[in-house]
Design a protein around this ligand. Structure first.
Ligand SMILES: [Fe+2]
Ligand SMILES: [Fe+2]
Length: 166
């Protein structure tokens, strides 16, 4: 029971680390282009994925396992915002599928605490999916104007001395 849970929890750590790296990469690029709203969403989500790593690591250590800090995937060097959002929604969906399966597996192995942890993570990943999906819909609906408006908003706040969005 213990070994299987540690293996699944470490697979989730790998997944979460990939998400942290990928979303921070998207954050830097969107920030560089002045797209404050989307850049901020990537940053906030990366921080939440980092907190997922922490929860998973706590559980692995409790089970007396070793935390393998290896990201599952290399960062994909995507610079187009629509493609960023597409990859982000795919990543969130695949995490949801995996965590649902792994929750069931932990339950079969009589490890209800790891099961509950996976279920908690699924809730967060569903919310992340929804946020990225909404941004994708806005981008499709409003086109490049949606991004242009974010750049203009930043320039406006800089010219008036207001602090930019954190
Ligand atoms: Fe996550
Ligand atoms: Fe997520």
């Amino acid at each position: 029971m213990k070994e299987k849970s540690i293996e699944l929890l470490n697979k989730a750590v790998a997944d979460e680390l990939s998400a942290v790296h990928q979303y921070m990469y998207f954050h830097f690029h969107c920030d560089n282009l002045g797209y404050d709203l989307i850049s901020n969403l990537f940053k906030m989500t990366a921080i939440q994925e980092m907190l997922h790593v922490e929860k998973l690591a706590d559980r692995i250590l409790f089970l007396k396992g070793e935390v393998e800090m290896k990201p599952a995937e290399e960062v994909k060097k995507i610079h187009d915002v629509k493609e960023m959002l597409l990859l982000a929604t795919q990543m969130e969906q695949s995490s949801q599928n995996d965590y649902n399966l792994w929750a069931n597996e932990c339950s079969k192995n009589a490890d209800s605490v790891s099961k509950k942890l996976f279920e908690l993570l699924v809730e967060d990943e569903e919310r992340h999916f929804d946020q990225f999906d909404t941004e994708m819909e806005n981008l499709i609906k409003f086109g490049d104007n949606y991004l242009a408006l974010q750049s203009i908003e930043r320039s406006k706040s800089r010219s008036t001395g207001r602090p930019p969005m954190e």
